[in-house]
Structure formats: C-alpha cells, structure tokens
Write a protein that binds this ligand. Structure first.
Ligand code: UDP
Ligand code: MG
Length: 312
C-alpha cells in the first residue's frame, strides 16, 4: 500500500459521502495504491450508518474504525495511524475544509525530496475572528517561549508523514495527546506548505472557545514543566522580599517604637500571598492529575469494531 488517508469523523453524517467521493475521484486515473481509513469518533448522528453504506459498496480500499464513544480527535488520529499500512499516511478532516486535491501535492513533495519526512499544511492567514486568532497567536508565543519543542502558529493537523515518522508517533503512548507537540517532538524534517482553508461542507465546528482553552492548557502541561519552575521562582522572590521587609520592620521598631498602622496593606498582602499559594497549588495539581491518569495506562481509544471493505 502506498498511501493511507486517515479521516477522523465526529458527527459528520452529511460529509463522509462527499469526502469519500472526492478522494475516489482524485485517484481515478492515477496508479496510486491507496486506502481510506475513516475513524468514527462516537458520533451521535448517522455518521456510522452512512459509513456502513459506503463501505458495503466501496470500490476502493476502505476501513472504518468505530469507537465505543467519543474519545476526541487526538485519539481518532492515533487510531487512524495505527490502522494504516501505507508507506505514506495523511490525516485530513472530514468536513472538506482541507481540499483533498492537496494530498497529491503533499505526496509529490515527499516523493521528490528524501530530506523531508512530513508535509504540514498551514494557514498563512487564519479564517477566523480577530479575537480568536489573537488568542491563538498569544498561545503560540507563550508555549514557544516556555517549551523546548517548536510549535508553528497556523499549522494544522492536515499532514502527511513517511512511514518511519508514523512509527515514531505511534511509539508515543501518552494518554494526553497534543499532536502538534508530538509531531515536532519526534523530530524529522517537516515541509510547511501554505494552504487556504475552505468553508465547512456541512455541520458545525466542534471546537468551542472553552474546549480550545482546555486544549491549550493540555498542550502546555504536556510539553513543558516551566509553570512549576515559575511557581518555585515566584516563591523564592516573595520569601526574599518578605525577609527584607521583616528586617526593615525590626529596624523601624527599634528606632521609632511600635505603632499599628497598615490594616489595608496587611489584608492586601495576605490576600495576594493566598492567591499565589492557590495558584501554585493549582499548577502542581494540573501536573499531578495528569501523572495520575497517565499512570493508569488506560488505552487511548476503544474500538467497538473495525470494518474492512470487501474489495482488496
Ligand atoms: N473530530 C473528531 N472528534 C472530535 C471532534 C472533531 O474526530 O471529538 C473531527 C471532525 O469530525 C473533523 C475534524 O476532527 O473531521 C476537525 O473538527 P472540526 O471541523 O470540528 O474542527 P475545526 O475545523 O473547526 O478546527
Ligand atoms: Mg473543520
């Protein structure tokens, strides 16, 4: 098998047939052995029924991995990579926002240049609101400052890999998967290919601002322990500051005697320190909680069934 195309689907009942047709058309007169791997990520609509209809009639090599519940896109991508057998593997969204014809371009880049092991499509201009893209920019600035691996702003999950890179990604078994970090953590050379995001064919995006925020925290906690360091440094500074302040108070008392002003500043300092302590505890908690979950070594996903098309 030359190329595996991994398509994570969550509530994409109206889109799966469209992308299936688009991919089939794309390879119609080309001599490229390919397979499509649809991962149904616990959809609550008719996505699975649609996929069953397609696979029954499919003239192309096709696989459907049906999750027992919604495990998230990260898990769906992992499952797709795991089920893939191609020398090259590409991940593409089911909603047609990423033009399937670009897959051929990606394949061309990897075939012609041995130096690259992956091609990542990235948006030069984000097609979103100013506020959201502003927040995303801020996130990338922050995470690149505090983490060792590089995160490229605008780079999507629309990527093609050579087999050896797929195997490297699969060797990372963590439960909290932040793919953008994993893809750069494993190394290899990535070619960044600019592309235009299209409009969704049908349905709506599954990413709310809150979900993105949680995802951002996951990314930071997964790829850097700098926040813990910040808590330590902050503690050191505050201890040092209060020591100096204590000395000043002693000297002041010796010279001027005791008086009791400063109720407001006292409350201010107590609340401020309380806040810092809670924040530091929270940061420790974030890491501890993940350690706890990772330690359980739960599977990244559970598949109810894996269907294969008859045509081989
Ligand atoms: N997706 C998934 N599981 C989820 C959420 C999304 O498999 O829990 C899939 C979804 O079906 C789509 C892709 O991930 O194929 C990207 O999702 P979406 O279009 O909602 O994200 P956006 O394009 O808005 O970033
Ligand atoms: Mg989308």
């Amino acid at each position: 098998m030359k190329l595996s195309i991994v398509i994570p689907c969550y509530n994409e009942e109206k889109n799966v047939a469209i992308i299936y047709d688009a991919i089939k058309k794309l390879f119609n007169n080309k001599k490229v052995a390919y397979e499509m791997i649809f991962v149904n990520d616990g959809s609550k609509d008719q996505t699975m029924n649609e996929l069953k209809k397609i696979i029954d009639k499919s003239e192309a090599n096709m696989k459907v991995v049906n999750f027992s519940r919604n495990f998230g896109k990260e898990a769906a991508m992992y499952a797709g990579l795991k089920e893939s057998s191609g020398d090259y593997v590409v991940i593409i969204d089911a909603d047609m926002q990423q033009n399937p014809s670009l897959v051929l371009k990606m394949l061309g880049i990897l075939e012609n240049d041995e130096n690259y092991d992956s091609v990542a499509a990235y948006q030069e201009v984000r097609k979103e609101g100013k506020i959201l893209s502003g927040f995303k920019k801020l996130f990338y600035k922050l995470i690149n400052k505090i983490s060792e691996v590089e995160f490229v702003n605008g780079a999507s999950d629309f990527r093609m890999f050579r087999r050896r890179m797929v195997d490297a990604i699969l060797s990372m078994q963590e439960y909290y998967r932040f793919s953008k970090g994993i893809f750069s953590w494993v190394g290899f050379n990535t070619y960044y290919m600019p592309y235009q995001v299209e409009n969704r064919a049908n349905g709506t995006s599954k990413w709310s601002f809150w979900k993105l925020f949680k995802y951002a925290i996951d990314g930071i906690v997964s790829f850097t322990t700098t926040p813990l360091r910040i808590a330590t440094v902050l503690g050191l500074f505050i201890s040092f500051g209060s020591f100096i302040y204590f000395l000043i108070v002693i000297i002041q008392t010796c010279i001027c005697g005791i008086d009791v002003p400063g109720y407001a500043s006292l409350i201010g300092i107590v609340l401020f320190l309380g806040g810092i302590q809670l924040l530091s505890l929270g940061i420790i908690g974030e890491y501890l909680a993940r350690t706890y979950i990772e330690n359980k070594k739960r599977p990244i996903y559970i598949a109810k069934e894996v269907l294969n098309s008859k045509k081989k």
